[in-house]
Design a protein around this ligand. Structure first.
Ligand SMILES: [Zn+2]
Length: 132
């Protein structure tokens, strides 16, 4: 099947060289960092389970960094499933056109279409915009 491609800006966020997530806007990338399971004050934990809360001052600095990237994202159809009235977690169902893998991502009820997702099947990160 052929899918439409669109050029978009992806905001990847990372700590040092470690890519921790991505978002469609800078604001949601900041939110993604602040909600990330590795975001937290280091000294408050016994184990070194958090990376920290500081922001890097350059893209090779120590800390959280948001990097805008222009990418070509493939638009895919998806299915949002879940019985919100029963308080179920919603799931966004989509299939990677590259490897054929099906995904069922936990999604918030108020999730707006399209959602930015990616599959780790290729060495070059491929982004998809799932529309539902
Ligand atoms: Zn894939």
């Amino acid at each position: 099947m052929e899918f439409e491609t669109s050029e978009i800006t992806v905001y990847e966020y990372r700590w040092g060289r470690r890519l921790c997530g991505f978002a469609l806007t800078r604001d949601s990338a900041v939110e993604g960092v602040q909600n990330h399971y590795l975001y937290g004050e280091r000294e408050n934990t016994e184990a070194d389970s958090f990376l920290g809360t500081k922001w890097a001052e350059s893209n090779d600095g120590d800390g959280w960094w948001i990097e805008p990237k222009t990418v070509f994202a493939v638009k895919l159809p998806g299915n949002l499933k879940g019985n919100f009235a029963e308080g179920e977690t919603a799931h966004l169902i989509w299939q990677c056109p590259h490897c054929g893998e099906y995904y069922s991502d936990d999604t918030a009820e108020d999730t707006a279409s399209p959602q930015l997702v990616c599959c780790s099947c290729s060495r070059v990160k491929k982004y998809y915009l799932v529309e539902f």
